[in-house]
Design a binder for this molecule. Sequence first.
Ligand code: SF4
Ligand code: SF4
Length: 482
Amino acid sequence: MSLDENFRGGQGQVIEAETFRDSVGTMDQSGKRKWVYPRKPKGRYTNYRTVVAWLLLAIFFVLPFIKINGNPFLLINLVDRQFFIAGQPFYLQDFFILALGAITSIVFIILFTVVFGRIFCGWICPQTIFLEMIFRKIDYLIEGDRNKQMKLDRQEWNAEKIWKRSLKWFIFIIISLIITHWMFMYIIGYQGVFDMVKEGPLNNFTSFLVMIIFTAAFYFTFAWFREQVCTLVCPYGRLQGVLIDKQTINVYYDFKRGENRSKWRKGEDRRAAGKGDCIDCNQCVVVCPTGIDIRDGQQLECVNCTACIDACDEVMVKVGLPTGLIRYATEDEIEKEDTFRFTGRMKAYSVVLLLLVGFLGFLLSSRGAMEAKFIKPAGSTFFVRDGEINNTYNYTFLNKSNEDQLVTIKVISPAHGQITLSGTNKILLKKDQMTKGTVNISFPENEIKLSKQNVTIGVYNQKGELLDSFDTYFEGPFKLQF
Ligand code: SF4
Ligand code: SF4
């Protein structure tokens, strides 16, 4: 019997099949928001998730201060087009690598979701971590658990309610401000943020406004919008419908074991009475931060937070039944008692991912430490001096290495080309920086046979190693060819 059939044909308090999919768990029939007051979760998975969350929060708050070879570990400055990933500088010229990296990440997320469903949402997503591990904990601390929160919500705006709500909202604003400042450190670096704070808002008015907008957005999200980000807005959540299948691991209610659900009666032989293991205590529902009933089957609103697993396990232990009535499983595992299989779909995504990772690795390893360009200024042509034909080029050098480089320029082909730089033919390239200038290239008149001749210019380091070369053309006087 399938999950849907079970709901259609089961006995007892089984809801009508699929009607729950006609509405969102956090809205009533008129479309009005139903505020969710989840009971404070506790148990094995909650403990694991707490450890993971604090680890990730520590990384979030420490990472902006970590440097590798003097470079920030992670910096995504879209305004100044400065990108550092794992301490490595990336430039607009590396756009192809960054785009391929983004595509590889998307394929990885797809594969991860096909195998593990929405585990990312419950364990790693910043929205869940900030909401469940920081903001919700402040709710519990100031207003108490579910019942106390509901009572406070219903009561008049008396001194207690005003005091508790003001304190909570004030703390929410402070935390939103902190998150915004840290987020900015990933864009302009921690020193940039410290400098702005030191200089004050009036000296950085535009940045100040942007910070206020982001702080307000975070406050709105975590104080009010909350689980609706996951259930209504998040595109990743919406993708679940096409990514997960019956072989995907997700939080599932074992309906075969749980139905026919029925209230607990001490000393009753539930098997003999034709009752399932679900004692219909509703604990898995009241603990759910997205306000759904996992017993209705897999739903897009489920963020795999595991709170219902812990709640149900606690109940099962109390009534002396085996734990795992709600657990991580695949739908096939519950329905057909199939063990997990690495399906053809998963294999196909894995092959694509491996190919992409290989290609990305190749591009990264072959990415030179220097990039050189020699472009002729618009409208420029050749000139003759002392029996030599000269062309002028504007050069642009991008030093992608982690150290300053002293370089020289040489003509690789054709031979006999001379480089003339004002002063010495040695250019200092600061690390992670672009250096621009002008250079003359000259050839003896008799060497230039064509009005447009291909030339290759090389840039060498002090050890004589070629760092990069550039193919361009050299102009000379028009000569009739016979
Ligand atoms: S159904 Fe369970 S795992 Fe899913 S969001 Fe609700 S409590 Fe979390
Ligand atoms: S917590 Fe477990 S026993 Fe209680 S209603 Fe949910 S599934 Fe049934």
